[in-house]
Design a binder for this molecule. Structure first.
Ligand SMILES: O=P(O)(O)OC[C@H]1O[C@](O)(CO)[C@@H](O)[C@@H]1O
Length: 224
């Protein structure tokens, strides 16, 4: 499973990149706004800055919701860098835009996926990625991981090339569950990724190793 970071924060992107486990980045208008990015040129410049840090797929979302405007916006985004993936919402015009981009060699990420039916439509239109929103499905009392597993099963049976990008991930355990359920990619903020590092037995085991190493150093100094 690939790891994408879900943020527009350049420091967090650098930190995840420096861990050596980062395969790409996803952003959305809310995440861009959180970083204070306003206006078209500032937005395009920010995407370019992200592309300079990470050599992997970078999702950049269109803001409009009609076919012609989405195509126009997507072309501008895709022209920024070969790694840009145009993120398009799961609506009727979005589906048509995905087909258009696919036919013109532009990668897409179909966002706002909440059902297997929506994932099938996006795959049929040729989306590079579908983004089921696992956390938001959990929020309404349904099972987000089960949705990922259902889509993974359907895509395997049908032989779809579209990759499942598990989104709206809220915890380290969500990441592990997505890997088990067959997601090709998970995208989440830095914290759940860093959370995977932690285990109390690792912490107590390391404390003992460090203490014993100190004792060994003291003995070696005494003997020197
Ligand atoms: O429910 P949340 O935490 O706002 O997450 C929404 C998700 O939507 C996305 O836009 C999908 O890629 C991600 O940026 C994010 O994972």
């Amino acid at each position: 499973m690939k790891f994408f970071i879900d943020t527009a924060n350049l420091a967090h992107i650098r930190e995840a990149h420096d861990l050596g486990i980062l395969d790409g980045v996803t952003t959305n208008p809310s995440l861009m706004a959180k970083e204070g990015i306003k206006g078209e040129q500032a937005t395009l410049d920010h995407y370019k800055a992200i592309c300079e840090i990470v050599d992997g797929d970078i999702s950049a979302e269109v803001l409009s919701t009609d076919f012609d405007s989405m195509v126009a916006e997507g072309k501008i985004l895709a022209a920024l860098h070969p790694n840009i993936v145009v993120k398009v919402p799961m609506i009727k015009d979005g589906l048509k835009a995905i087909k258009y981009f696919t036919d013109n060699g532009i990668k897409t990420n179909c966002t706002l996926i909440f059902s297997a039916g929506q994932a099938i439509l996006a795959a049929k239109a040729g989306a590079t990625y579908v983004s089921p929103f696992l956390g938001r499905v959990d929020d309404i009392g349904w099972d987000g991981v089960e949705l990922i597993a259902q889509i993974a099963n359907i895509f395997a049976i049908q032989g779809y090339d579209t990759q499942i990008l598990a989104a709206s991930i809220r915890s380290s355990m969500h990441i592990v569950k997505c890997a088990e359920a067959g997601a090709h990619v998970c995208t989440c903020p830095l914290e759940p990724i860093l959370g995977l590092l932690n285990h109390p037995l690792t912490a107590s085991g390391l404390a003992k190793f460090v203490a014993d190493a100190e004792k060994m150093k003291e003995i070696m100094q005494e003997q020197a």
